[in-house]
Design a binder for this molecule. Structure first.
Ligand SMILES: Cc1ncc(COP(=O)(O)O)c(C=O)c1O
Length: 390
């Protein structure tokens, strides 16, 4: 049959549809017989935002000021507050000029990719990958080169494996730590080795640290920013969605050398003109004032990880391959059944919605990604019962 519309970009028509709605269809087929749905699919904080943050959002949204366009790189109050937060996180100096605020970290990644690469170039991304990284690159005609993270190494990457993949047109390596989907937290030495490799080869290291506030302890997650030359080839990405439980307000950040932020602003002006303003003003307030709340959330999620271990521990055929920050990567026991079938059955028959590993790249048939941070501890504890006899 002839298409009834003019041709569209084949890089878009060739892509598969957004994965989360597909999983939601399975959940809709669950009859409730084992209790309420336990939704461990999209990484969404289980808790609502702090009530004072909600009050500030309401008041900002009702102001005439927030209805106006703002600065392209984001409002100065949020850039300043975030730069201070970076100082405290990494023990290194940052200025507001190091920061651009974006409409979420997904946009930050897209902007980073546009900044460093053009169609025909390549970017190295670990597999399993965060699917939106792979698809963002692919829809811009940038080739994602898969760098396999192996279960025998705890899904921690090795810079020497990446070195062999860097070609003439490779412009960057994009890492996610703590990782989505595996939950693996890369050691400082690993991150340092990747930064060294990128610098030696004259390419960018794009580091997505969306989940860094959920790491146990207060030590800096790495020392990259203590190196005075970091701005030459490092771009940091962050999301306010998870840490402040505001994914609907679409706020993320990019950290880079001020000269690079100036280049980034050219892209942001075209994509967003400015980030949404009400959220910016509320989050600028929240960064210093909700420090303890953030810590408490992190501690609750760490406790939930232990409950998850216990619940799954009752089923030795299921293996927790890795666990950290927001996610666990589960090895399912069915040798000859692919992960999509297992995830669909688990959702429809037991009311447990997790994502199949195969949605995160090649070679992931035996895994499910479980966003255990999404739901209350009691629901996590209930997972053991849901797997009984499955
Ligand atoms: C690794 C990673 N980066 C970026 C994002 C997107 O975050 P945002 O809501 O800020 O766009 C997510 C969300 O799941 C993520 O897991």
């Amino acid at each position: 049959m002839q298409p009834r519309h003019a041709p569209i970009n084949p890089l878009i028509s060739g892509m598969s549809g957004p994965p989360i709605p597909q999983a939601q269809v399975w959940a809709a087929g669950y009859d409730g017989s084992h209790g309420p749905l336990i939704n461990l699919s999209q990484a969404v904080p289980g808790n609502p935002p702090h009530p004072d943050l909600l009050a500030r959002l309401a008041s900002a949204a009702g102001s005439a000021d927030a209805a106006r366009y703002g600065a392209i790189e984001g409002d100065i109050a949020l850039r300043r507050a975030y730069a201070d937060d970076l100082d405290a996180t990494y023990g290194a100096p940052f200025a507001p000029e190091n920061v651009a605020i974006t409409s979420g970290c997904n946009e930050a990644f897209a902007v980073g990719a546009m900044l460093v690469a053009q169609a025909g170039d390549s970017v190295i991304v670990p597999t399993p990958w965060y699917f939106n990284h792979q698809t963002t690159l692919a829809m811009m005609g940038i080739t994602p080169i898969a760098l396999p993270a192996l279960p025998e190494n705890g899904f921690i990457l090795r810079a020497e494996d990446a070195a062999a993949l860097i070609g003439e047109r490779t412009r960057a390596i994009a890492l996610v730590t703590p990782n989505n989907p595996t939950g693996a937290i890369y050691p400082r030495e690993t991150i340092a080795a990747f930064a060294r490799l990128c610098r030696e080869r004259g390419i960018w290291l794009i580091l997505d640290e969306t989940y860094r506030d959920f790491i146990d302890g207060d030590a800096p997650p790495h020392a990259l920013f203590s190196d005075d030359g970091w701005g030459e080839n490092v771009i940091g990405l962050y999301s306010f969605s998870k840490s402040y439980a505001v994914p609907g307000h679409r706020l993320g950040a990019m950290t880079a050398d001020p000269a690079i932020i100036t280049q980034i602003a050219k892209i942001l002006d075209n994509l967003q003109i400015c980030p949404a303003r009400a959220g910016q003003s509320a989050v600028a307030w929240a960064i210093p004032y909700l420090k303890d709340w953030r810590r408490q959330n992190r501690d609750d999620i760490l406790a939930r990880a232990e409950v998850f271990r216990e619940a799954i521990g009752r089923h030795p055929a299921w293996g927790i391959e890795t666990i950290g920050a927001f996610f666990a990567y589960l090895r399912h026991p069915f040798q000859d059944i692919d992960a999509v079938t297992v995830a669909e059955r688990l959702a429809r028959e037991r009311g447990v919605l997790a994502l199949p590993g195969t949605w995160f790249g090649p070679g992931q048939e035996r895994y499910l990604r479980v966003a255990f941070a999404n739901v209350a501890t009691a629901q996590v504890a209930g997972l053991g019962d849901r797997l009984d006899g499955f």
